[in-house]
Design a protein around this ligand. Sequence first.
Ligand SMILES: *Cc1c(COP(=O)(O)O)cnc(C)c1O
Length: 410
Amino acid sequence: MLPKPKKIHQVYFDHAATTYTDKAVVKAMMPYFTDIFGNPSSLYKIGREAQTILSNVRKTVAELIHAMPENIVFTAGGSESDNLAIFGTAYAHSQIGKHIISIGIEHHAVLYPLRELEKQGFEVTYLKVDKEGFVSVKDVISAIRPDTILITIMYANNEIGTLEPIAEIGRELLRYRKEKNTAYPYFHTDACQAAGYLDLDVEKLHVDLMTINGSKIYGPKGTGMLYVRRGIKIKPMIFGGAQEKKLRAGTENVPGIVGFVKALELAQKNKDKEFLKIQKLSTYLWNEVNKKIKKVRLNGPVIGDKRLPNNVNITFEDVEGEALLLYLDEYGVMCSTGSACTSESLEPSHVLRAIGLPYEFAHGSLRFSLGKENTKEDIDYMMKYLPQIVETLREISPVNMGKEKHPKYK
Ligand SMILES: *Cc1c(COP(=O)(O)O)cnc(C)c1O
């Protein structure tokens, strides 16, 4: 029924889920597995050497985001940093208030800690986003109450690529705090998806806390950091040793931290060039799909400077996203439905629902997220098969067989 490819070509279009680790990053990490394996807290030579590299890369990462080394907390990834930012701020400042502001399209690593806090008596305002996923700066500021202690809004959305107006929110928030002569609310942003393409200067963004991870920027998985502005108290989540200024106990993952910083360094150095290069490929992908397949729509902002350049989220009407994904996998093409974290549930993506996409459209959506090794040929390869796969799936879809709508769509 469908032409089988003569030679399966592996095409990875799921860089928003994770990236491979860059060879230069692996190389930078290697000595800290084998030769300089000491515990940075130990006083002999290889311990001191580990401490030295740790303090060197802390300086490097601080410079990259325009912060001080003492404001960097290395963690085991984006989820941990988000949790530390949210629980850490909430618990340290609950005597001031228990109100938090966020948006409904955050990553689960932000939404679930917020839900947990709600169970514990905190109150969360989830601001509405528009059809492209943007929150309004005005809405954010108007939602602030005397008991608001934290605003947490992502820099770039992992499913539809929306770039939230972080610097604008930060600026308005500064004005608000000055006017009211208060230090609250603090402002956290989850920048995991942004780190490869956008400026991370915490002074320009006016953020107080910022989450970054390694696994989305060609760094090692299970690595990341939280920036915490000087003077802001947060409560630790992991207790034990005095590492990371007592904010994160445990022997430091020295090779992981070295790899994470190397990855962030490379990502930030090449971000402008990569932005344009990948945006061109994304534009090509969307144009090809739009030209060759009927009844498709691009979810999220138009491709431009307000969208992550590597994100193409497409609804194929009357198609089950999962079926399409599995078919593409047969041809070597890897992409995702919504986000990897929701692939085990039948619920459609909370992000696509929040931007007002009807249930059945949300179900027929795929996210293609491009990366630095992708080429135009990868897209051409996929486009040799995608139109026919979609057509075949539409023919066998219950909607088109004249049957009742699928019960799941009710
Ligand atoms: C991937 C991701 C996370 C989680 O990061 P981990 O390192 O996998 O824990 C959090 N937020 C966003 C926006 C992400 O894309």
